[in-house]
Design a protein around this ligand. Sequence first.
Ligand SMILES: N[C@@H](CCC(=O)N[C@@H](CS)C(=O)NCC(=O)O)C(=O)O
Length: 210
Amino acid sequence: MSIDLYTFDTPNGRKISVALEELGLPYRVHVVDITAGEQHAPEFVRLSPNHKIPAILDPDGPGGHPLSVFESGAILIYLAEKTGRLLPADPVRRIRALEWLMWQVGGFGPMPGQVHHFIALADEADRRYGLARYSAETRRLYGVMDAHLAVHEHFADEFSIADIAVLGWAWRHARHQVDLADFPHVRRWYEAVMGRPAVQRGFAVPLRRR
Ligand SMILES: N[C@@H](CCC(=O)N[C@@H](CS)C(=O)NCC(=O)O)C(=O)O
C-alpha cells in the first residue's frame, strides 16, 4: 500500500520525497500549498499538529495499523526503521548518523531558513541585523560540514538519512547566498549525492500544483 506524503516544494518537504525514492517505497503526493495557508486546514493539522509540512500517513504501519508521522527527522527515522535501510543497525554507526540528523534538524535548517526570511525583507533596516547574524551562523555551519567531509565520504560511515536531511537544505545554498566553491568538501559531497538517480527522482517529483 502506498504511503501518503503531505508536502511542498521546500527543503524539509524534499527530504521525504528523496528518502521515499531512495527506499523504493510506493507513495502518493498530496501537495500542501503553504503559500496558500493549506498547512492550517484541520484535516492536515490532525496529521501535523505543528501546522508544518512534511507529514506522512502509512496505511501499513506497525502491527498493520495506520500511522501518521510529522517532523522530517522523525519521518526519516521511521522510514529507515520500516525498511531496515539508510540507518545502520550497529550502535556506534547508528549514533553517528543520528548525530548529524539532529545537527541538521536543530541547526542547519533553522539558520539558513532565517536567512531566507530576512533576505526577502524589503526594508533595509529590518533586514540588516537578521541577515548578518543568520548568514554568519549559516556559513559557520557550512564550515563544520566542510571539516567533517574533508575526512568522511558521507556524514555517517555510509550514505544514510543524515545525508538526505542535510541535502534538503544544501540544495538551497544559492538562496542563502553560499557559494559551494568556498566549501570544496561540501561541494564534492553535494555533487556526488545529487548524482544518485533516486535523489534526482526525489527532486524531480512535482510538489507544487502550478
Ligand atoms: N522541524 C520541522 C520544520 C518543518 C518546516 O519548517 N516546514 C515549513 C516548510 S520547509 C513549513 O511547513 N512552513 C509553513 C509555516 O511555517 O506556516 C521539520 O523538520 O519537519
